[in-house]
Design a protein around this ligand. Sequence first.
Ligand code: AVJ
Length: 347
Amino acid sequence: MSTSYQEKITDPLVRDQRLHLEYFLDRKLANDRGQDIIDGLNRTRKTLPPKYFYDGKGSQLFEQICELPEYYPTRTEASILKKYAPDIAEVTGKVKLIELGSGSSTKTRLLLNAYQALDYPLSYVPIDVSGTILKESAYSLLQDYSSLNIKGIIGTYEQALSNLKLVTQEPKLLIFLGSTIGNFSDLECDRFINLVTSSLAIGDYFLLGIDLQKPTAILEDAYNDSQGVPADFNLNMLCHLNSRFQGNFQPSLFQHQAIYNEVDCQIEMYLTSQESHQATLKDLNLVVDFQQGENILTEISRKFNISQMQTYLHSQGLELIQSYTDEQKWFGLLLCQKSFTSRRGLR
Ligand code: AVJ
């Protein structure tokens, strides 16, 4: 039931109609009433949804994380894409490229290059919750790809995907990189994949990036660098909530923690309250009490196994066409296709 509006673009670059933007979240995000925040902070074990990391500042900090020597996922995934994008383009043929959580669209360029090399007209639909970063990346892509058309969607995955069917009947490649799927619980993952399959037509492709299981020390280093960038990223969520919902969180009262849970194969990121205190989010009529040492779980980042993921995707109506990985098998890219068999027929 989201409302959207089209922004009037006055930028000279887009006078030729190569860029369209659709907003499901307006600039003040008034549509987003933050019920998920209220629910999460009222639990005995407090949680906050990771999507609130990504305001303008948070997206910038995430870009900085990607540059850290310890944070291997981005660079590893990019190296796999660099090597196999031509293969992917050849398998899919001409498609409309749709990206969930497009961010800076840096890795996307590797795919665009591959499709361009095959002389396919380039059509790209980036989807992100941060309008700032989406626009910046779109402008830069338009400058570098002269035959590119962009339709950017600013909103959540749910908002964007539930409206996608209306957008296009052309063959599609939906990409979800960076192992962002690792942020979802089992239930959220089922819901998400269900959104994906219902927005795709039979024969459409889905390219999924997954971070793979590996020794604890390597994983924990990736989320606890020496420069404290992941800490800033984690703490920035509180600043984001403050500005968006008139809050008074004091980031200095919290400490960043990231540990690998070897049982559940997931990094767990916490903000730990250093003293007992109270914080409020005025716009949400929310008052929260914290005890000394109390945690807010801000993110899980699950680490996967390719064949388990293949079995899961199959059960959801997505067939693995090809999996790509790096030499160390640290990261996987799964190229899937919405199956020709109906989902119910599979079980
Ligand atoms: C964007 C969800 C893939 O889980 O590694 C990086 C986010 N959090 N450092 C991840 C993140 C802390 C990242 N994803």
